[in-house]
Design a protein around this ligand. Structure first.
Ligand SMILES: Nc1ncnc2c1ncn2[C@@H]1O[C@H](COP(=O)(O)OP(=O)(O)OP(=O)(O)O)[C@@H](O)[C@H]1O
Length: 259
């Protein structure tokens, strides 16, 4: 390991522990969501999301994965005292500030009107900062898009290209956490691999990533930790290389059927 690598590693290790000595970037404590009719979508969910790691969330359709993810940046407002970012209750953080820190990418990207560059500049512009052309190029390259996309209208892109622009747009806010809801399910295998490579790069720069995916193989490729959600409850949290050790009957059946 050369000096630079050693220094970078030390820096990353120092990112792993905050002032409270906690290794969790996000803590979820007893999160429940009930519908008006009394049906519960999430039941007493408690989860530690490790800092600087990729956590995969898997589970059958309708098990509450998206609801849990959306609670983490208040797209669904969790009750106070249930979700904490760096030890702070997120319901007490200004919502725009929170969403800058905790960015989100959806299954299908929605680009704003205008060019690719307009899209990438959107977030910083809201704070009164105009990204320089070179900064936009850098973000596009990072998201694995050729710089020639700079002036293209967003409406002329394929879904895979638009997803990478959406990623560059999210990264322009310099988030600390990235939430992904099945970000590659509409993409071809090459675009999928490109996005996965970018996610792994982001993790090595210290970012915390939480990804809902229906692909067990994808989770095994890139996640460090996996959370299995069944019927609104967390039934297992495992290292991604230990998925075969899941014990909960629904979890084992789900894993058998999806592999
Ligand atoms: N706003 C809402 N109003 C009523 N029901 C909802 C609402 N949001 C989610 N649900 C229901 O809650 C359950 C969990 O939904 P959620 O989208 O979180 O599941 P999921 O695990 O992400 O599903 P999928 O894998 O199919 O995307 C589903 O039964 C869904 O119909």
């Amino acid at each position: 390991m050369d000096n630079f690598e050693a220094g970078a590693r030390e820096h990353l290790l120092s990112l792993n522990v905050d002032e409270n000595g906690s290794e969790s970037k996000i803590e979820v404590k007893g999160l429940t969501r009930c519908l008006d009719k009394g049906v519960s979508i999430l039941q007493n969910v408690s989860l530690d999301i490790p800092r600087g790691k990729i956590m995969g969330i898997i589970g059958p359709s309708g098990s509450g994965k998206s609801t849990l993810l959306r609670a983490l940046n208040r797209l669904w407002e969790p009750p106070s005292g249930t979700v904490f970012l760096d030890g702070k209750d997120i319901t007490g953080i200004d919502v725009l500030e929170l969403r800058r820190k905790v960015g989100m990418l959806f299954q299908l990207p929605v680009l704003f009107e205008g060019t690719v560059a307009d899209n990438v500049r959107y977030g910083p512009q809201l704070k009164g900062k105009k990204l320089r052309d070179e900064e936009v190029y850098k973000l596009l390259t990072f998201a694995d898009l050729d710089p020639s996309f700079f002036n293209k209208p967003g409406s002329e892109l394929s879904v895979g290209q638009a997803q990478r622009v959406a990623l560059a747009r999210t990264l322009a806010n310099e988030p600390e956490v990235l939430l992904l809801d099945e970000p590659t399910s509409a993409l071809d295998p090459i675009s999928t691999q490109n996005i996965e490579d970018v996610l792994v790069k982001l993790k090595s720069s210290g970012m915390t990533i939480v990804m809902v995916s229906h692909s067990i193989k994808q989770i095994q490729r890139i996640a460090d930790v996996v959370c299995l959600l069944v019927g609104g409850e967390i039934v297992e949290v495992l290292n991604s290389n230990q998925l075969s050790e899941a014990k909960h009957p629904m979890a084992t059946r789900f894993l058998e059927l999806s592999s």
